[in-house]
Design a protein around this ligand. Sequence first.
Ligand code: APR
Length: 231
Amino acid sequence: MKKAVILSGAGISAESGISTFRDSDGLWEQYRVEDVATYEGWLRNRPLVMDFYNQRRKQLLEVQPNAGHYELARLEQAYEVHIITQNVDDLHERAGSKNVLHLHGELKKARSTVDPEYIVDIDGWELKDTMADPQGAPLRPHIVWFGEAVPLIEEASRISAAADFYIIVGTSLAVYPAAGLVHYVPPRVPKYVVDPKEVHAPVPNVKYIKEPASTGLKKVVDELLALRGEG
Ligand code: APR
């Protein structure tokens, strides 16, 4: 089966009602990154950081995947689909996508502050500061903060290098190393960028679809399924 690889960002969840980061009403208009998305911010004011992620987790329990997520799940009928997402929500999984790699962590999981291998699901919306790992160390959100390592970037690079088709959707390509993944995709591989705004992918062989994910991804998926005689 041909491999279709997707690099998704906050924009694919916008139509589900989840704020992006850098749009006019984005999260970084409401919070300072250094306060809520860095290890130093966590050390400085743990309750503020816990509340930031608890509020986002509470919202996540109230929203649903949108047509964009479902289009990518539909693609699995004729392609081996790998989703590399910068998002920490679980909307790709809830829409039925099977292979989802979370580059920046997962909102619904917590991690030990001393043993990075100890990762647990958070039951409900609240990560309480009384929750601890078996050694009694406190838990933190299982999120990759700015300045922290991105453990899955090598695997994401390998997946990108093996793509037969590459779809970039809902990301401003502003944050590295995620944005650098596009350079691992072989130049001859057909690429698509789905975004209502001008987002330039500095690589060859790109088709731009200046639409929201819900309609733009339908166009891409219809085209790719037709290539395989499906649809
Ligand atoms: N459909 C598709 N794309 C959309 C939609 C939509 N309905 N609405 C907005 N967008 C686009 C915006 O035009 C923008 O290009 O989604 C993109 C969102 O960009 P960012 O807010 O920068 O989000 P993202 O690229 O995912 O940020 C990357 O930065 O803050 C960190 O860790 C955080 O994972 C995040 C990373």
